[in-house]
Write a protein that binds this ligand. Structure first.
Ligand code: CA
Length: 225
């Protein structure tokens, strides 16, 4: 799961990020509304944790912007206690849940899991991909019950393609997701190709992977029914 944390209180943002990273999430931070807006425009996120009290932006506008750009990220809004109007407006705009400050990190985590189950219906699920089973909870891929040994980065890459199945992801999107920064030259782009090649090789030792497609000139796609 790819999470954008939008929060101008840096210590809180960092605290949330380290907690979620320990739970296996990939986290990015935005400390201003503008930064968040730019990141949402170019990246795919599964979740956006959105503090509504930002210095430069009305947080609610970020939800509208994201929806206008076709983002289907789940938004969990974070409000100061008692800001009932913002909460109602946020939910009207399509936010998935809200939390009042201060909150416990375990509470945030259980909200994220609940939203993920409702919205994506995947977090605790095993996905059949060709002859393989991807166990999202334990972050393993198995073939006939036997674990296929791939590296953590390779797993992240594959899981990201599977979660976004039937969508073409560019090398840029994959790179940004896995390495957390933006591709700046051809060398980096080859990096993704090498990783995909390794994933294919390891999986193909067990069973063919026609579902892991190269989309010429663009990137990669996992095609599933
Ligand atoms: Ca704030």
């Amino acid at each position: 799961m790819n999470v954008l944390i939008v929060e101008d209180e840096r210590s809180l943002a960092n605290e949330i990020a380290s907690f979620l990273k320990a739970e296996g999430f990939l986290c990015e931070l935005a400390f201003t509304g503008l930064e968040a807006s730019e990141k949402i425009a170019i990246n795919l996120y599964d979740f956006v944790l959105l503090d509504l009290g930002l210095p430069d932006y009305n947080g609610l506008d970020l939800i509208t912007e994201a929806r206008n750009q076709g983002s289907d990220a789940a938004f969990i809004i974070i409000t100061a206690r008692g800001a009932v109007d913002d909460k109602v407006k946020g939910l009207d705009l399509g936010a998935d849940d809200y939390l009042a400050k201060p909150f416990a990190l375990v509470e945030l985590f259980s909200r994220i899991q609940a939203v993920a189950r409702r919205k994506f219906n995947i977090l605790n699920q095993n996905l059949n991909v060709g002859d393989f089973v991807v166990e999202l909870q334990s972050r393993k891929i198995t073939w006939k019950g036997k674990e296929v040994i791939i590296t953590r980065k390779e797993y992240d890459l594959l899981q990201y393609l599977i979660i976004n199945r039937n969508k073409v992801l560019t090398r840029n999107q994959l790179y940004e997701h896995i390495w957390g920064n933006i591709l700046d030259d051809q060398y980096d782009s080859n990096f993704i190709d090498v990783h995909i090649k390794n994933v294919r090789k390891k999986l193909n030792e067990h069973s063919p992977t026609p579902w892991l497609e190269t989309v010429r000139g663009i990137g990669y796609r996992v095609s599933l029914e």
